[in-house]
Design a protein around this ligand. Sequence first.
Ligand SMILES: NC(=O)C1=CN([C@@H]2O[C@H](COP(=O)(O)OP(=O)(O)OC[C@H]3O[C@@H](n4cnc5c(N)ncnc54)[C@H](O)[C@@H]3O)[C@@H](O)[C@H]2O)C=CC1
Ligand SMILES: Nc1nc(O)c(N)c(N[C@@H]2O[C@H](COP(=O)(O)O)[C@@H](O)[C@H]2O)n1
Length: 275
Amino acid sequence: MTSQPLDLLPDSSTSFLSPYLPPSRPSDRVFVTLTYAASLDSRIALGHGQRTQLSGSESKCMTHYLRAHHDGILVGVNTFLADNPGLNCRYSIAGKSPVEASPRPIIIDPTFRCKIESRSKSMMAAACMEGKEPWILVSAEWRNSVSPSDLVHIQSTERMGARVIPVVGLQSDNRNESWAAILKSLKELGIRSLMVEGGARVINDLLCTAVDDINGTKVSPIDVVIITIAPVYLGKNGVEVSPATALDNLYDITWDQFGRDCVMASFNKKLRATF
Ligand SMILES: NC(=O)C1=CN([C@@H]2O[C@H](COP(=O)(O)OP(=O)(O)OC[C@H]3O[C@@H](n4cnc5c(N)ncnc54)[C@H](O)[C@@H]3O)[C@@H](O)[C@H]2O)C=CC1
Ligand SMILES: Nc1nc(O)c(N)c(N[C@@H]2O[C@H](COP(=O)(O)O)[C@@H](O)[C@H]2O)n1
């Protein structure tokens, strides 16, 4: 399973993206970029479990360029099961192999639903060739009382190079607590920049999440938001991105056209404003 490298972006597109890329200087927290592709009616898939191609070839290139600039790429387990994604980088970066350029795939999967099965096998096979092996974040509570059969699944998954990582607090009903736990674990594991791609549960939650900054003030964990808008409607059965509260947090917003898609890039205010 090999895939062709994508075309290179024109200089105008890399200049457009450059202010929004994660900084190279060290930081005490994970730099978070939220990025996804949506239809004109804010849907990211035709229906639950349906992989839906929204980005055209130009904006897809843009996504892979962003992947090359992040340490990790995170999706929820429903996306992993629905899309069977590669989560690798097919944008050629001078001096780097595809594996080196690829971010670490990270799957939030509290109860390890992505057991070793045909889908995850093919992803891992692809990862071995074209990207990095995934890390699967499971709840520490679940891991502590794992059944013998799930233990076998964990062991066979790890034999393929993936890691199954217990996270204390992941199964909390409180999104602030679970995201604080996710980001703390990833920081400890050496992830300095994280690209969050979806799906809808992850995006809607993250947009309304507040975590403690170093002064103990509650702030959004998102630094940058980059959204591809594809000129189609997916209709009312589509998987909707629409956070629980109204938000007006974005600033330094710029738009650029990639093929027939429009891409918005912006910073997210650290303080959460709702109206
Ligand atoms: N157009 C686009 O850019 C993208 C589209 N998608 C689409 O999104 C759809 C999947 O979205 P959803 O069904 O909403 O699922 P999802 O991919 O957001 O996964 C949700 C699951 O992840 C786990 N999870 C997520 N956040 C968690 C948290 N804070 N704590 C604990 N567990 C957590 C839970 O098990 C939850 O059921 C798919 O159809 C996929 O194709 C996904 C990514 C990008
Ligand atoms: N940027 C973007 N545009 C779309 O149209 C999409 N459907 C997605 N989905 C995300 O990309 C993953 C699949 O890509 P690869 O197989 O890794 O190339 C998918 O799982 C979503 O996270 N993104």
